[in-house]
Each structure stands twice: as C-alpha cells, then as structure tokens.
Design a protein around this ligand. Structure first.
Ligand SMILES: [Zn+2]
Length: 166
C-alpha cells in the first residue's frame, strides 16, 4: 500500500460559482445535476437490434393451448393470454394507416421536433396496431406506408423506425 503523501499541500477551487437567487428569506443556489439512466431492453433486445438491421420483428405465441394466439407488435416477451414465452418472427415493413394524430408535445425521451404526425399502422399478419411517426406527407386513414430504418447512426430507441408514404 502506498504511503499517503504527508508534505505541504496547495490547492484551489476549480468549480464554477453557482447562480444565486435571493428570495429575501433565504439564499437559494441553482445547482445543476445530471445522472445517467441505464435501461435494459431485456428480452425485447432482438426487436431493437432488428431495427438497426432494417428488420421489423414481432413476437408470436406458438402455444397450441393458448386461448388467443397472436402476433404482437410492439413485441412482448411472454404472451399476455397464456403467459408462455413467445417466438420472434419478422413481419413486413409496410402497412396501412389505421389512425393518426398530430403531436404537439412529445413525451420525455422522444427527441422529436414538434409538431409531427403520429400514426398507428396496421400490418398484415400482426394482431396489434403499431404506433410510429410519419416523416413526410399528410396521413390519411387507409394510406399505405412503408417503414424506414435508421440503420446508420441508430439511436437504439424506438425512433430507429419511422414511416413514409408508400
Ligand atoms: Zn399465448
């Protein structure tokens, strides 16, 4: 073990003075903090990996005893109807607009310039409706759209897929 330094020391303040508010009763300092949030995709990792490879992956219940075997997109690891682990399948990266709305305020973590068109896409062979955003054009119910994948410089989030008119 290294012996601690015992000689004379000289040091200095290296921070930035904090911004001060004086509300007349007490001083309040503005002290910005940042933190790193680690979020695991867990069993849904193949879906996000697929986006970076230009593939749209869903999960399918293959349990013969399932009361409602379905194809889920966004995927779920386990079937909500029979609780069995589901299988990954690739689904077509195209569909029709089921419904749409204009988004004025994106949620936290959705780093999108607003407003934008949020669309719900109906995909053949998928039993759920997949939510996304239309990059260009004006949506209409029933309008055919195709997926575009952000395979270069992916964000590793759901924003790695978006839709354009087909
Ligand atoms: Zn099932």
């Amino acid at each position: 073990m290294a012996k601690p330094y015992e000689g004379p020391l000289s040091t200095e303040y290296i921070g930035e003075p904090l911004e001060l508010y004086d509300d007349k009763k007490a001083w309040v300092v503005r002290w910005p903090r940042s933190l790193e949030h680690r979020h695991t995709y867990g069993l849904l990792t193949p879906f996000f990996k697929g986006l970076t490879q230009g593939k749209l992956l869903a999960t399918k219940c293959v349990n013969p005893k399932c009361p409602a075997p379905s194809v889920w997109l966004p995927p779920r690891a386990d079937c909500p109807d029979c609780y069995e682990r589901m299988e990954w399948i690739e689904v077509p990266p195209e569909g029709k607009i089921y419904t749409f709305t204009m988004l004025d305020y994106a949620g936290i973590g959705i780093e999108m310039k607003t407003p934008y068109w949020q669309i719900d896409v109906e995909i053949e062979g998928v039993d759920t409706i997949f939510k996304g955003w239309l990059k260009e054009g004006k949506p209409e119910i029933g309008m055919p759209v195709k997926a575009v994948f952000r395979t270069e410089n992916p964000t590793h989030t759901i924003l790695d897929i978006y839709w354009v008119p087909k």
